[in-house]
Design a protein around this ligand. Sequence first.
Ligand SMILES: Cc1cc2nc3c(=O)[nH]c(=O)nc-3n(C[C@H](O)[C@H](O)[C@H](O)COP(=O)(O)O)c2cc1C
Length: 147
Amino acid sequence: MTEEKQYPFKPLNFSRLSPEEQLENSQNFLTTLQKRRTVRQFSTDPVAFELIQNAIRAAGTAPSGANLQPWTFVVVEDGEIKRQIRQAAEEEEKEFYASKITPEWREALAPLGTDWIKTHLEDAPYLIVVFEQTYRVEETRTARRML
Ligand SMILES: Cc1cc2nc3c(=O)[nH]c(=O)nc-3n(C[C@H](O)[C@H](O)[C@H](O)COP(=O)(O)O)c2cc1C
């Protein structure tokens, strides 16, 4: 039998909002989301690392099955590693655009004017690489006792 996992539960503290407050909050949230855009060009200007930390903290609030949070975020600042990531992405994308793409997908992408060139992967001061955890190794009882 597997041991039950223990972690602290936080009580959900909320107060019921008036209909006016609900409307205002929903409008503000919608306005914020409407400002989100996919960006394919980035400035090379430095960015405060805390902004990156907060972006990852925000992403980490996403719900997940059984709260397993099956993700790993890796922040890349090193220019050489960014270059290698760009190179790998461009090789993949070049092959995709040359031979793997379906006519329907090509047509859907056409208005966006995107191609296989990924300059932004080197321009951005930081890359956040997201890995899916498809499996995990459980701690053994012996290992846990050692901690
Ligand atoms: C699953 C997924 C795959 C995407 N693939 C690409 C892509 O290969 N190339 C690209 O330039 N944008 C890609 N995008 C961005 C979409 O083109 C973009 O979200 C869409 O055009 C709407 O624009 P917006 O995000 O600025 O609202 C992708 C978005 C998602 C969610």
